[in-house]
Ligand binder design. Structure first.
Ligand code: ADP
Length: 448
């Protein structure tokens, strides 16, 4: 087992990884920018190294500085968290060349799944159902028109290097398609330095349902059920629940089995998430995330399995601590992403937190790295905490969610808590009847 793990991240996820290491008796190294010198992950880690100035490009994304930090501290492995370098195949390669373990899948699998065109081709070959669309990159407008005629309008133009919903454009007619292609191409070039595009049928009212999988180097593979992440704003997840209100046990086993067999065939290592759109009883692959996800705690709440501990065990060459037969799905869990944002306009609201009090009690978990007196720097993601609530069933979970949202105190800045307080009283949400566009419609109604 590793003696010392360097955590190449910040915020709540750096703390999350630190906690798993601590429980396993592994020492931790925090890295931080000059803006994060007072951060909780820096305070709790055994050691810390300042790796650069505030902008992420010069600190949390600065590979040479991170490698130096590993060498100075003698870390034998790196956990990348999510975001930043977590899906950077080059980073995994460089660590490997330095004899440091990357806690994640192989660079090759990161590369394949990071190119969404390649990922879709691979998924199809592995027997995973995909969204109908172009078989690979779209090179000319004529090619795009042809695909659109086959699938029917509306279509969605997507960037091969896409992420965070960028480089995605809907076209409802041939007239719209030409401009969608050029805008998506420009956006993809600017955001990712890669303007390859592909096309998919635009699904009207699907749910976003993703399957959590895990595999070790001893041939063990398991799925840990699904998460429903249909509540989104600008293609970004806002609230997630496990299990999905739309699936029953048999459907869960079916899709879980398909995904497990696929990643076994792929020879995948570590934790991963296969994302689908689900409409009219059918699953359509959209992408695979080769890392730990923000919403992983709801799966942990329902299965009782510590996903970060399993990641570390697997990276160290050990077997995962359970098999598929051991996995039990108990009750229901919901996660709210609490952002330092205005709950109406979603404008970022950095500043100093004057008072911070987290809810507690049975079935309540708060993953956050902020504290009373903490100053939120303006340079990074606005996620400041995750409220994860669980209960023996969905109803109990909802009751607990309402209670905890009123108990949470974050003074001094604006947060998205008021949005969740409204959501929990919406009949569609209460009944679990929502799809990927539901939240945007709800927000529009509120403003109108
Ligand atoms: P990104 O990597 O940018 O997050 P994804 O492919 O994961 O992009 O898609 C993000 C979200 O965009 C999905 O959860 C869904 O809401 C929407 N989306 C993606 N593909 C489609 C599609 N074919 N039809 C309708 N909505 C889609």
């Amino acid at each position: 087992m590793f003696e010392k793990v360097l955590i190449a991240n910040r915020g709540e996820i750096a703390l999350r990884v630190h906690r798993a290491c601590r429980e396993m008796g592994i020492k931790t190294v925090a890295i931080h920018s000059t803006a994060d010198a007072d951060a909780m992950h820096v305070r709790l880690a055994n050691e810390s190294v300042c790796i650069g100035p505030a902008p992420a490009s010069e600190s949390y994304l600065n590979i040479p500085a991170i490698i130096s930090a590993c060498e100075i501290t003698g870390a034998d492995a790196v956990h990348p968290g999510y975001g930043f370098l977590s899906e950077n195949a080059k980073f995994a390669d460089i660590l490997h060349a330095h004899g440091i373990t990357f806690i994640g899948p192989t660079a090759e699998h990161i590369r394949v799944m990071g190119d969404k065109i390649q990922a879709k081709i691979t998924a199809k070959e592995l027997g995973i159902p995909v969204v109908p669309g172009s078989d690979g990159a779209i090179r000319t407008d004529e090619e795009a028109y042809k695909v659109a005629e086959e699938t029917g309008y509306p279509v969605l133009v997507k960037a091969a290097a896409g992420g965070g919903g960028r480089g995605m454009k809907v076209a409802r007619s041939k007239g719209e398609l030409s401009s969608a292609l050029s805008t998506a191409r420009a956006e993809a070039k600017a955001a990712f330095g890669d303007d390859s595009l592909y096309m998919e049928k635009y699904l009207g009212q699907p749910r976003h349902i993703e399957v959590q999988v895990i595999a070790d180097s001893h041939g063990n593979v398991a799925h840990l059920g699904e998460r429903d992440c249909s509540l989104q704003r600008r293609h970004q997840k806002v609230l997630e629940e496990c299990p999905s209100p739309a699936l029953n046990a048999q459907q869960r086993e079916e899709i879980g089995g398909i995904v497990s067999r696929a990643i076994k065939k792929l020879g995948y290592l570590g934790v991963g998430t296969v994302e689908f759109l689900y409409e009219d009883g059918q699953f359509f692959f959209i992408e695979m995330n080769t890392r730990l996800q923000v919403e992983h705690p709801i799966t942990e709440a329902v299965t009782g399995i510590d996903l970060v501990r399993e990641q570390i065990r697997i990276a160290a060459g050990m077997e995962m601590s359970f098999s598929q037969e051991d996995v039990q799905f108990n009750g229901h869990a919901i996660e709210c992403r609490i952002n330092a944002e205005d709950p109406k306009t979603f404008a970022p609201s950095p500043g100093t937190i004057k008072d911070f009090h987290t809810p507690g009690g049975l079935g309540v978990r708060v993953d956050s790295a902020v504290y009373s007196g903490y100053r939120i720097p303006p340079y990074y993601d606005s996620l400041i905490g995750k409220l994860v609530v669980s209960g023996r069933n969905r109803n109990e979970c909802m009751m607990r969610l309402r209670r905890t949202l009123h108990e949470f105190v974050i003074d001094g800045i604006k947060t998205t808590i008021p949005l969740f307080q409204e959501l929990v009283n919406e009949p569609d949400f209460i009944n679990g009847e929502y799809h990927i566009h539901w939240l945007e419609d709800f927000l529009k109604k509120q403003q109108g």
